[in-house]
Design a protein around this ligand. Sequence first.
Ligand SMILES: [Zn+2]
Length: 440
Amino acid sequence: MDTRREFLYQAAMIGAGVAVIPQSLHGMGHRAALSDRMNVKKTISFDEIMSCILKHGIINSHAHHLKDAEAKEMNVKQIFQNSYVAWCGEAIPSSSDMVDKWLEKIGNRSYYVSLSRSLQMLYSMDEPLSGKVWDEYNLRIKKAHENPQWHLEILKKICGYRAVVQDAYWDPGSNNGHPELFKPTFRISHFLYGYNHEGKDHNGNNSQLAYGQHIDNIKTYTDFMYRIIKEKKEGGCSSLKSSIAYDRTIEIEHATAEEAQAAMGFGSNKPSAANIKKFQDYVFDTICDIAAELKIPIQIHTGLGLMKGTNPMQLQSLIARHKKTTFVLMHGGYPWMDDICGLVHAYRNVIVDLCWLPLISPSAAVRFLHELLEVCNGNKIVWGCDTWTSEESWGALHSMVNVLSTVMDEKISAGYFNKNNALRLAEDMMCHNAKNWFCF
Ligand SMILES: [Zn+2]
């Protein structure tokens, strides 16, 4: 049994007490990952970190896992279509003869490297993906997904997740019908567009339409927000989530109720941009107050997005105004990781969420984690996959453990801390910290 195969086998046994690779996939060789070949002289290995965190069960801070019906229809094209590879600006091939040309353009992107490595391992393919083996990958993926539980088995038994914070932006606050695994976050972005029935966030959501409201008074509106957020928390939501970096700057300036009121009462006519900005700033500020009162953290997408006004430092005054609110700053603020280091050093109410970062750029994640471990307490770092499919989630976890083993090895080699410290920190980041900061 090669190392990779042994690892998958152990992961299955630890996660479930039973073998999880479908019968149809048994007996097909697993390919050793690059990390194994690099592990030879390391002070701490990929497998040691993976075994350690799987023993405790991983808490994944962020995912957009597809609904069962969509997960069931998976094939190789669908997997790439529902992944960050689809963000690389090149159409996903619909037949094997288009694959090699496509790979010439996007095959170097870390999104692709991570996902294709995951597919190769999960579907026991000896050869990396190419035009030649595209149809065979497709066959194996479709066959595995004939089992409607397969996508959940990957998450529970191979990835070893004991909880996943699910961000179903198509149905804010949903647990996809699997409350035992998915602990939903509640997206609050639509509240910023409820000044009338016409405003929409980038997911097309409007809070008043979503809840059948006809409110044109700001006090009634913030009471409505309070009621909904309280209901969501009582219904099992583990956090709030802001994705406004895809809509506008994430800087939230102080605004008064009177200024917010000026954006309401226009019916279907659009208020001025300045009035909308005041309304949104006031609403966001109020949500931070509500989050503090209800003791629920707020996850904030930082970094990539509009790219103008989305660097984490834009949040400095908001964080300073709301000392009792827990802010979970996501994605390392990539590419502005230094902002996060400064904010977490300066403010006790900041938590750092590494979700997505090892997929965007493993090298950036290594640089960031090195510095973060020096300026941030070990109990304030969490990780999530930030993916739609189980296949990409397994790739994201694999990338994160590669980042951890690289950083921990370098820290141990430099005498910064010892191996026991490294394993404990990895365990906290991947297994325990999220439980302490989120409402489970
Ligand atoms: Zn996300």
